[in-house]
Design a protein around this ligand. Structure first.
Ligand SMILES: Cc1cc2nc3c(=O)[nH]c(=O)nc-3n(C[C@H](O)[C@H](O)[C@H](O)COP(=O)(O)OP(=O)(O)OC[C@H]3O[C@@H](n4cnc5c(N)ncnc54)[C@H](O)[C@@H]3O)c2cc1C
Length: 351
C-alpha cells in the first residue's frame, strides 16, 4: 500500500510528491487531465514555448521559485517593456504614450516556458508514479488510511494508501465525494476560495517579426473596450518569430456568448491597437481556463480580478489526520501564485 496518494499533478502536487518520495515515501499521483501541469500550459513552436497559463515569476521575492529555476538549470528573461504604451479608452479612441508602467521588480519569464519548470520537477519522480487521466471522484476514510476512487480509461479503480493530499483549486474539492462527508461549514469554506485566475483566459498571437518595435512600441497596452484588457509582448529572445499576448477583460459569459467569433474580435482589436500588421497573426490561440472543468467551477464564472487574501485551510479530525490540502490557494504565503504552489507543497509535508 502506498504511503501517499497525491491528487492533482499541477506544480504543487508534483513538488509535494517529489519531496515526499525524496524522503522515502511510496507515492502515487492521480491526475485528471491527459497531461501534467494543471494551470501551467506552454504552447510550443519551433522557436520555443509561450505560456498560456502563468508566465511570470519574481525570483528576487520568491525563494522557492528561485531555487527551483536554478535547480532545473533554466534561464530567465525580463518581460519586454521598453518603448511606447498603447491605451484604448471606452469610446475606442487610441492614445500612444511614450512609456508604460514598468514592473518593479521586473516580471521574468522562464525560457522554455513555465512548463519547463513543471517538467523538471516531474523528472525527479520515478516512472509510473504519475497516472494521467485518473479523475478522482471519491475519498473514503478507512481503518488504516484512505481509499481513493478514480475514473480511469480502464474504468473505475480504487487505491488504498495511508494518506491523501489534495493539490487542486479548493472549489474542485466540492466535486469529490468525501466519506464520511465533511461538515457543511468546512465544505462551504472550501467553496468560498476562488482558484486564482481560474475564470481567466489568454490570447496569444504569433507573428513573423516584432513589427510594433519599429513604431517604438513595447507591445504593452490597456484597452477599456476589449475583448483583451491588458496586453504585452510575449516574444522569445533571439527567436525568428514574435508574439503578443493579452488577458481578456471580457468575463467568461461574454466570451462564451462570442465563442466562435472571438479570434476575429481579438485580431480586430490587435489591429486597432498596433496597426494593420497586428490584425494578421500567423497563428492565434485562445486558452479559456473558465471552460476547463479541472480548473474552474460554476462559481469561477463570476470571478473578479482582485487577488484574494488566501489563507491555508486544514481539515478537522478525523479527515485532517488522513487528508492534507495543498495547491497554490492553500499556501501560507504567495497564495495563488506559482511560489504559493511550492509553499503549499512544503507546508503540507512539514518542514
Ligand atoms: C491565465 C493564468 C495566468 C497566471 N499567471 C500567473 C503568473 O504569471 N505567475 C504566477 O505565479 N501564477 C500565475 N497564475 C497562477 C498559477 O497558474 C497557479 O498558482 C499554479 O499553476 C497553481 O498550481 P497548483 O498545482 O496549485 O494547481 P493546478 O495547476 O490547478 O493543478 C491542479 C491539478 O489537479 C488536477 N485535478 C483537478 N481535479 C482533479 C480530480 N478530480 N482528480 C484528479 N486530478 C484533478 C488538475 O487537472 C490539475 O492538473 C496564473 C494562472 C492562470 C490561469
Amino acid at each position: 500500500m502506498p504511503d501517499l496518494i497525491v491528487i492533482g499533478a499541477g506544480l504543487s502536487g508534483l513538488a509535494l510528491a517529489r519531496e515526499a518520495a525524496g524522503r522515502g515515501a511510496e507515492v502515487v499521483m492521480l491526475e485528471a487531465r491527459a497531461r501534467i501541469g494543471g494551470r501551467v500550459l506552454s504552447h510550443r513552436t519551433k522557436a520555443g514555448a509561450y505560456d498560456l497559463g502563468p508566465a511570470w515569476v519574481w525570483p528576487v521575492l520568491q525563494p522557492r521559485i528561485a531555487r527551483a529555476v536554478q535547480a532545473a538549470g533554466l534561464a530567465l528573461t525580463e518581460q519586454a517593456e521598453t518603448g511606447g504604451f498603447v491605451f484604448q479608452d471606452q469610446a475606442g479612441r487610441i492614445q500612444r504614450l511614450p512609456h508604460g508602467f514598468p514592473q518593479e521588480p521586473p516580471s521574468l519569464r522562464i525560457t522554455g516556458g513555465i512548463a519547463a519548470l513543471v517538467e523538471a520537477v516531474a523528472a525527479g519522480l520515478a516512472p509510473g508514479v504519475v497516472r494521467l487521466e485518473h479523475v478522482v471522484r471519491r475519498i473514503a476514510l478507512t481503518e488504516t488510511g484512505v481509499a481513493v476512487t478514480a475514473e480511469s480509461p480502464a474504468g473505475p479503480m480504487t487505491l488504498h494508501a495511508a494518506r491523501a493530499a489534495l493539490a487542486l483549486p479548493p472549489r474542485l474539492i466540492g466535486g469529490i465525494e468525501i466519506l464520511p462527508a465533511l461538515p457543511p461549514s468546512v465544505g462551504a469554506g472550501l467553496a468560498a476560495v476562488p482558484g486564482w485566475m481560474a475564470g481567466q483566459a489568454k490570447a496569444l498571437a504569433l507573428y513573423d517579426r516584432p513589427f510594433w518595435r519599429d513604431a517604438g512600441l513595447s507591445g504593452s497596452a490597456f484597452s477599456q473596450v476589449g475583448p483583451l484588457g491588458e496586453l504585452h509582448d510575449a516574444s522569445l529572445p533571439g527567436a525568428e518569430e514574435a508574439a503578443l499576448f493579452g488577458f481578456f477583460s471580457w468575463p467568461p459569459a461574454l466570451r462564451a456568448a462570442h465563442r466562435a467569433g472571438l479570434p476575429e474580435l481579438v485580431t480586430r482589436e490587435l489591429g486597432a491597437l498596433f496597426g494593420a500588421e497586428a490584425a494578421r497573426p500567423r497563428e492565434m490561440i485562445i486558452q479559456d481556463w473558465a471552460t476547463e472543468p479541472f480548473t474552474a467551477t460554476e462559481a469561477d464564472q463570476a470571478n473578479g480580478n482582485a487577488h484574494p487574501d488566501y489563507r491555508p485551510i486544514a481539515l478537522p479530525a478525523p479527515w485532517g489526520e488522513r487528508i492534507t490540502l495543498a495547491g497554490a490557494e492553500m499556501a501560507p504565503e504567495f497564495g495563488g501564485y506559482l511560489e504559493g504552489a511550492l509553499a503549499a507543497a512544503e507546508a503540507a509535508l512539514g518542514a
